[in-house]
Design a protein around this ligand. Structure first.
Ligand code: SF4
Length: 360
């Protein structure tokens, strides 16, 4: 028996072509293509059996040719502030995390692009667990699909690639995933509401810049000079700050600098002055991120007052800055934290050992 095709790994155009071929082979009218296409992402169906608008015989014919794989929800934690964390188990036993953050009319979904991460940033729970594998398209976009399938569904308005993994190290899957997230025939989320966050993987930034849609780019800076950045983010050896900043300057849209506030490490006056200079140079918006105390080992969060003072120093130098709210403080909401609690840490493997990590 030939292998069944995973319709959720295909962009809408490819799914349409594949379904058109199948419908014509099955002697079905062409409008059936649109009916099935709509149930992949727009109004997702849990299975072919749930596509009750289709005749029963067609549902079973589709089942013989195609699959609509689900991600198994194994844990759901809800914070008093409405933040929710989901742990999904994948077909091979790997686990990934997704966080939903409601704020007024918006619901931002923070999604994962890899199981684990090879980059070992010093303050990150995901980095401490090491890298397992890249996620496939259906596993990345599927996180949005799964929360839409909940009862009641979560209607996601914004996406941030800030869950587990470095999205630009899995560009081969992230690229078509962006199409699925944005295309009105799939999840239909505006490109300006989709942010890809990277440590500064240069080929990925270039590839994102080539896409015509207005996807947003956030770059994790975390330290305003190489020596400190190197200690916090080993990938700085491969993509040093200067080159990352050059890439930010030539990116054709405004970028955001992400800066996690680590008490006594990167939150001093000198660092604020230097960060302000870099942000001005790149016309970047700066997001200051309070450290989630549960997610990291060996670091303490900068106090609220100190974060305000740091933000003021940036504003005084004409840099636009926002302090990200701490969310989900009563649940394991730091990236990777819930998976670490449930599955334990695995010994980290070095980034350079991952011949299977794809960079564009
Ligand atoms: S912060 Fe991001 S890139 Fe760094 S180890 Fe964690 S998941 Fe990987």
């Amino acid at each position: 028996m030939t292998q069944r095709v995973n319709l959720l790994n295909l962009t809408p155009s490819d799914a349409e072509t594949t379904l058109s071929g199948a419908m014509s082979e099955l002697g079905q009218p062409s409008y059936r293509v649109g009916q099935v296409l709509r149930r992949l992402w727009e109004v997702p169906a849990a299975s072919f059996d749930d596509m009750t608008e289709l005749p029963v015989a067609l549902r079973s014919a589709l089942h013989e040719r195609f699959v609509l794989p689900r991600l198994e929800l194994t844990e759901r934690q809800t914070s008093t502030d409405g933040t929710e964390k989901f742990l999904f188990r994948l077909h091979d036993g790997e686990a990934i995390e997704t966080v939903s953050i409601p704020d007024g009319n918006r619901v931002t979904l923070c999604i994962s692009s890899q199981a684990g991460c090879a980059l070992r940033c010093a303050f990150c729970a995901t980095g401490a667990m090491g890298f397992s594998r890249n996620l496939e398209v259906y596993e990345i976009a599927g996180q949005v699909r799964e929360v839409r399938l909940l009862d009641p569904p979560i209607e996601v308005t914004n996406i941030v690639f800030m869950g587990m993994g470095e999205p630009m190290m899995n560009w081969k899957a992230v690229d078509p995933t962006l199409t699925l997230l944005n295309d009105p025939r799939a999840l239909g989320i505006g490109a300006r509401h989709i942010t890809i966050s990277t440590v500064g993987v240069l080929p990925g930034i270039v590839a994102l810049g080539k896409r015509p849609e207005q996807f947003r780019l956030a770059i994790s800076i975390h330290a305003p000079w190489d020596e400190l950045r190197q200690q916090l983010m080993p990938i700085n050896t491969k993509f040093p700050l200067k080159e990352v900043l050059e890439a930010a300057k030539v990116f054709d849209r405004r970028v955001t600098f992400e800066y996690v506030m680590l008490g006594g490490v990167n939150d001093g006056i000198e660092q604020a002055r230097e960060l302000a200079a870099l942000a001005r140079e790149c016309r970047a918006f700066v997001n200051l991120i309070p450290l989630h105390p549960g997610g990291s080992q060996g670091f303490v969060p900068t106090s609220g007052n100190e974060i305000s003072r740091f933000a003021r120093l940036l504003r005084d130098r004409d840099v636009e800055v926002a302090v990200r709210k701490s969310r989900g403080m009563d649940i394991a909401a730091a990236c990777g934290q819930l998976r670490v609690e449930r599955l334990g840490r695995r010994p980290p493997r070095a980034a350079e050992q991952h011949g299977d990590v794809e960079v564009v």
